[in-house]
Design a protein around this ligand. Structure first.
Ligand code: HEC
Length: 194
């Protein structure tokens, strides 16, 4: 495969970032907080919730879904409660106005989080990338990498998330490619000249 620019490694969590203001030739390397320990649920620990917490830590959900984590400064008050830093969905060398998605709030807050999602909805999202309205989510959410999760593991993650303390935190609205935005974001991926 002919790679003209390798911006970053394909490793999922080897992210690098640049601020929106930076020109295309100025990319600043960022080291995300990869080892976010999953917060403790508010209900009594069960075998399933302990397994869920273990998997959420291991699979790095907090790296994206915790505010500040993508740029190496995770805010411990917002563990898994969504990120105000978005992730660009297009090639930084091609488009100065990339699409940007914001990892949403995974705590069970009814208005800003997963309060209205059933555990089955969460399992479907994790393994097939479909939200509860059947809409396919951006592949920035690594559902393809989670497609092989066993029923038991996927169910444990959903069970755990639904038992977290709800945190009210609305992430910014997604930005479409080509639309001007001053929302902070990072880039990651491997880019190839067409
Ligand atoms: C590489 C970053 C990244 C990682 C790691 C990640 N996610 Fe996501 N996730 C996202 C983004 C970005 C979205 C929003 C996608 C969109 O809007 O199309 C998302 C969406 C979701 C949603 C849908 C929520 C909603 O309100 O629409 C759920 C549920 C979710 N992720 C759970 C998880 C879980 C559980 C893990 C760990 C097993 C995880 N994610 C790991 C980036 C990530």
């Amino acid at each position: 495969m002919k790679l003209n620019w390798v911006i970053l490694s394909t490793t999922l969590f080897s992210l690098a970032g640049c601020t929106h203001q930076a020109s295309q030739s100025m990319f600043i390397e960022r080291h995300p907080d990869t080892a976010q320990t999953a917060p403790t649920p508010i209900t009594q620990a069960t075998e399933l919730s302990i397994q869920g917490a273990y998997l959420v830590t291991l699979l790095g959900c907090g790296t994206c879904h915790t505010d500040g984590a993508l740029t190496g400064n995770a805010n411990s008050k917002f563990l898994l409660a969504g990120s105000n830093t978005g992730i660009a969905t297009s090639n930084p060398l091609k488009s100065a106005k990339p699409g940007i998605v914001f990892p949403p709030n995974l705590t069970p807050d009814p208005t800003t989080g997963l309060g209205n999602w059933s555990e089955t909805d969460i399992v479907l999202m994790l393994r097939a990338g479909e939200d509860r309205h059947g809409i396919r989510q951006s592949a920035v959410m690594p559902w393809a990498a989670y497609a092989q999760l066993s029923d038991q593991d996927a169910r444990a993650i959903a069970h755990y998330l639904k038992r977290l303390a709800p945190v009210q935190h609305q992430v910014p609205t997604r930005v479409r490619e080509g639309q001007a935005s001053d929302k902070p974001h990072v880039y990651f991926g491997v880019y190839q000249k067409p």
